[in-house]
Each structure stands twice: as structure tokens, then as C-alpha cells.
Design a protein around this ligand. Structure first.
Ligand code: ADP
Ligand code: MG
Length: 537
């Protein structure tokens, strides 16, 4: 036999961390991420100011926004950022909570690893605890009984956010918006558009029974306002060919050119006449509108917008009860929509078109106002949290008490459950319970209260069966948070607990991190430790 050749299984530019080092490193990264958002949790949480290399500033309290803007590249840290995004898209709120829980679950797992408990045992215990938590959550949730509960959910979501001072008014806008677009499971959050407009103050924010689109009239000479609007939505161009498919035409005499232009104009005029004769006085076109067509439309007193986004076309259709037509034959009365007014409004240099006063609109717009861009942006984020929470509660019909009440109750039940276990998973279930308690702990800490006292008192109350008792940060009291109106949708907690435990167990199972420095991700630092985490071990 010839001498064996060495086998290369990895290229040289791959760095590798193994076993306990890999675990430590990943846990540390997750913990750093959780610690970053921790101080923003709850109504007394602080804000973060994020400044990018170009000097752009964002001031926010929103977990997912903070992490998303931070350009984190540690792979395990990125997994935490990803669950905040899932939380945001699935329920729209609870992003700080999910990141904190994941970080704490991993931090606690480390204690067990130090005691030489195998990761698979911890994973098993965490999974059991997550399953049990879901069961317990169902048991301690309440049905949504009236509008007041929904309003409280919106208020709870917006407490401590930039919009706090106007949360009463904003909550009402949210509830009316949802009421308008549907009920129960039929509510689709896509039907509620949030439109930002800098100027005036947050309290001037309003609900538009219709849609606002980021477009102005196609032509200066068109009317700026149309009352009793008869609206037609068309998704084909009012021009002869789109510029992308321009074809070459060869003409050899000036007469030929002239007749060509005339015939083009004639076709456009015929097309436009059909629109004009249909009786519509407002046109929203998803494609282009030729200058010649614009001229004739304007002359007939028609307001038209071109290149309207498809998503806006769909909202317009839902708001005005009209159909989007794809050919000139569709220009009939039954496909038209109605609105009291369609108006182009210019504010601060930006022109937008307001379609207002629709009859029973199935799509509406919350117009967010605020004195500066930062205020408008942070108010929008708060409204999104509130809207997401109320929609989740309306769809699922179940809510729980906030202020840490849920977490304390779950922890107490999990501890009892852990005593029924005989293996070492018992310890993992206990650590899971302790991780849940970190939520009320942080709420207290961020409010400058003594977390140990708060936790002790809360635990006592729950031991005596007071399931809804939590920390009310309006008056720093330990009381029935449900009665105090601190209410959250069940779905937010469910999603947060299941995502956090999923990502924690996934990270715990990793014992080998391979990072190829050839990749463009920038996650090059030795052993999977990018620069911002270097030296923190
Ligand atoms: P997240 O991004 O996780 O939603 P928040 O900063 O919005 O984080 O804080 C949510 C937490 O604040 C929840 O646990 C909620 O119960 C709690 N909370 C909201 N309002 C109050 C209040 N008035 N008193 C005590 N806790 C509150
Ligand atoms: Mg929140």
C-alpha cells in the first residue's frame, strides 16, 4: 500500500471553537444582547440613542429596533436578534421580553453547565418547562370581555414609550381603526395603514376613514381637491408603451413623423375619452400616465395619480369598495369607488393624496403627527406595539395580567412542577422559572425599586393564590394588575416564551462553531468572537 495522503477537511481560513469554549462564547454573546435591551423594559425603562456612521440618530425604547440597528455579527447574538424580529412580525410587541428571556435562560444554563450537567439534560428540562408554561398560560388567561380591556391593552403597550402622554387618544384611534376593518378572527392588520407626517403635535394624530398615499397629482393643472369622488383604480398604463419596452420606429420623411405623432395622440385621446366618459373624476393608476393623457384628464377636471404602489392600490380598493380594473372595458359604474373627498395636501414640502370619508371602509389609515421626525418615528413604533397587541387580543380573544404577574405565576407553578420530577431536568426547570422572574425583577430595577423586596412580596401573594398580582408602576404598588388595567394579550407571552426557549435550546446544543473568514459577513474575529465582544469573557 502507498503512503496515506493527509486529508484536509477544512480550508485554512476557517476558524473553529469547540465544546465548552463554543458554548461559553455563545452564551456570553446572547447575554450581552439581552443586557443591552434590559434597561429599556417596562414603563420606567430608559431609551437608547443610536447613532450610525453617517450621524443619523434614532431615539427608541423598542427592543427590536435597537437590536436591528446595532449591526450585530456574532452568530449566536444574531439568533437572538432574529427572534425579536419574529416576535415583532408575529405579534408586534414583547420584543424586549423575548430577548431578555433568551439571554437569561442561557445565563442560567451556564450555571448548570458549571455543575457538569450535560446540555442535553438542560435542553430536555427547558423543553418540558416551555410546554408546561403554555398549559399554565392558558389556565391563567381571561377572555376579552369588553372594549375597555382592549383599550387597556393598547395603553399598557404604549406606557413608557415616546407616545406615553397621548396614549389615551392613540389607544382610541387604534380601537376605532380595528373596529372599522373587521371583527374577531377577520381582523387583518394589513388593512390599517400607519402614515407618518411631521408637523403639529402627537395629539393631532387622527384616524382617516380611507387611505393616504404618498403621491401627488400627476399634473400641476389637475384639481387639488375633488368632492364626491368617483374613483377608478386601473392597473394598466395610460400610455402607449412603457419606456422599458420602447421599440425603434424608423421614419424617413417629416410627414411620416408628423402622422405617426398624430396617430399616437389620437389613440391616447381615445383611451382618455373612455375614462372621461365613464363618469369617474379620480383615477389611481398603478402604471404610468402619458403627458398627453394627463393633459386631457386635467382638462376634464379629473384628479389622477400615477405609479401608485400595488399595496396602496389594494388598500384603496378595500377602503373605497372598488375593484382594480385591468382593461378599458372595466370602466363601469359598479367597479368605481366613492369617497367624500380626494385631496392633494402639501405639508413641509411633501405632497400626499388623502382619500377621506369612505363609506364603511375596510381599510383605514392612522395619521401620525409629531413635532419632529424623532417624535413621529417613536410614536409610530409605539402605535405599532399597541396595534399589534390589540389585534392579537381581538383575534385570539385571550389576555393575561401584566406587570410581571404572569411571569411570577408561571414561575411558581413551574417550581411546584419541578418537584414532581426525579431526574436532573428538575434543576433546569427551576432555572427556567428563575429566568421568568427576571422580567418583574427588571421592571422593578428599572423603576429604581428594590428588586428583591418586590420579588419576595410578589411570590408571597402568588403563594396565597393571588394570580393577577403584579407590580403596578403607576403607583409602585403590588396589586391586581388586571384590575389596574395593566393587561397584555396571551399571544405575546406565549410567543415570547416559546421563541426564547427554542433559541436557547438551539444555542445550547451547539458545541462547534466554524467561521470562515472568507465570508463577507464580517464575523471574522478569532473563535467566533467579533470585536465588540472581545475581551468580555
Ligand atoms: P416589550 O418590548 O417586551 O414589550 P416593554 O418595554 O413594552 O417591553 O415592556 C413590557 C413590560 O412592561 C410588560 O411586562 C408589561 O406587563 C410591563 N408593563 C407595562 N405597563 C406597566 C405598568 N403600568 N406597571 C408595571 N408593568 C407594566
Ligand atoms: Mg411592549
Amino acid at each position: 500500500m502507498t503512503e496515506k495522503q493527509p486529508i484536509y477537511i477544512m480550508p485554512e481560513n476557517v476558524s473553529r471553537t469547540l465544546g465548552r469554549d463554543a458554548q461559553r462564547n455563545n452564551i456570553l454573546a446572547a447575554k450581552v444582547v439581552a443586557d443591552i435591551v434590559k434597561t429599556t423594559l417596562g414603563p420606567k425603562g430608559m431609551d437608547k440613542m443610536l447613532v450610525d456612521s453617517a450621524g443619523n440618530i434614532i431615539v427608541t425604547n423598542d427592543g427590536v429596533t435597537i437590536l436591528d440597528e446595532m449591526e450585530i455579527d456574532h452568530p449566536a447574538a444574531k439568533m437572538i436578534v432574529d427572534i425579536t424580529k419574529t416576535q415583532e412580525s408575529e405579534v408586534g410587541d414583547g420584543t424586549t421580553t423575548v430577548a431578555m428571556l433568551a439571554g437569561k435562560l442561557l445565563e442560567n444554563a451556564e450555571k448548570l453547565l458549571d455543575k457538569r450537567i450535560h446540555p442535553t439534560v438542560i435542553v430536555k428540562g427547558y423543553k418540558l418547562a416551555a410546554e408546561k408554561s403554555k398549559e399554565y398560560l392558558e389556565e391563567i388567561s381571561f377572555p376579552v370581555e369588553d372594549k375597555e380591556v382592549l383599550k387597556n391593552i393598547a395603553m399598557t403597550a404604549m406606557t413608557g414609550k415616546g407616545a406615553e402622554g397621548n396614549r389615551e387618544k392613540l389607544s382610541e384611534l387604534i380601537i376605532s381603526a380595528i373596529d372599522q376593518v373587521g371583527s374577531g378572527k377577520d381582523v387583518n392588520i394589513e388593512d390599517i395603514k400607519i402614515q407618518k407626517l411631521k408637523g403639529d403635535s402627537v395629539e393631532d394624530s387622527e384616524l382617516i376613514r380611507g387611505v393616504i398615499i404618498d403621491k401627488e397629482a400627476a399634473n400641476e393643472t389637475m384639481p387639488k381637491k375633488v368632492e364626491n369622488a368617483k374613483i377608478v383604480l386601473i392597473d394598466f398604463p395610460l400610455e402607449l408603451k412603457s419606456p422599458e419596452t420602447e421599440t425603434k420606429i424608423s421614419v424617413s420623411t417629416p410627414e411620416q413623423l408628423q402622422s405617426f405623432i398624430e396617430s399616437e395622440e389620437r389613440i391616447l385621446k381615445e383611451m382618455t375619452d373612455k375614462v372621461i366618459n365613464s363618469g369617474a373624476n379620480v383615477v389611481f393608476c398603478q402604471k404610468g400616465i402619458d403627458d398627453v393623457a394627463q393633459y386631457y384628464l386635467a382638462k376634464a377636471g379629473i384628479f389622477a395619480c400615477r405609479r401608485v404602489a400595488k399595496s396602496d392600490m389594494e388598500k384603496l380598493a378595500r377602503a373605497t369598495s372598488s375593484k382594480i380594473i385591468s382593461n378599458l372595458e372595466g370602466l363601469t359604474e359598479e367597479n368605481f369607488g366613492y369617497a367624500e373627498t380626494v385631496e392633494e395636501i402639501k405639508k413641509g414640502g411633501d405632497a400626499m393624496t388623502y382619500v377621506k370619508g369612505c363609506r364603511n371602509p375596510k381599510a383605514v389609515t392612522i395619521l401620525v403627527r409629531g413635532s419632529t421626525e424623532h417624535v413621529v418615528d417613536e410614536t409610530e413604533r409605539a402605535i405599532k406595539d399597541g396595534l399589534g397587541d390589540v389585534v392579537a387580543a381581538v383575534k385570539d380573544g385571550k389576555v393575561v395580567a401584566g406587570g410581571g404577574a404572569v411571569e411570577i405565576e408561571l414561575a411558581s407553578r413551574l417550581r411546584k412542577f419541578s418537584r414532581t420530577l426525579t431526574g436532573r431536568e428538575q434543576l433546569a426547570v427551576e432555572e427556567f422559572a428563575q429566568a421568568l422572574e427576571s422580567i418583574p425583577e427588571a421592571l422593578a430595577e428599572n423603576a429604581g425599586m428594590d428588586p428583591i423586596n418586590v420579588l419576595t412580596e410578589l411570590k408571597q401573594k402568588h403563594e396565597s393564590g393571588l394570580v393577577k398580582y403584579g407590580l403596578n408602576l403607576f403607583n409602585s404598588g403590588i396589586e391586581d394588575c388586571f384590575a389596574a388595567g395593566i393587561i397584555e394579550p396571551l399571544k405575546v407571552k406565549k410567543q415570547a416564551i416559546s421563541s426564547a426557549s427554542e433559541v436557547a435550546t438551539m444555542i445550547l446544543r451547539i458545541d462547534d462553531v466554524l467561521i470562515s473568514s472568507g465570508s463577507s459577513s464580517g464575523a471574522a474575529g478569532g473563535g467566533g468572537m467579533p470585536s465588540q465582544f472581545a475581551g468580555m469573557d
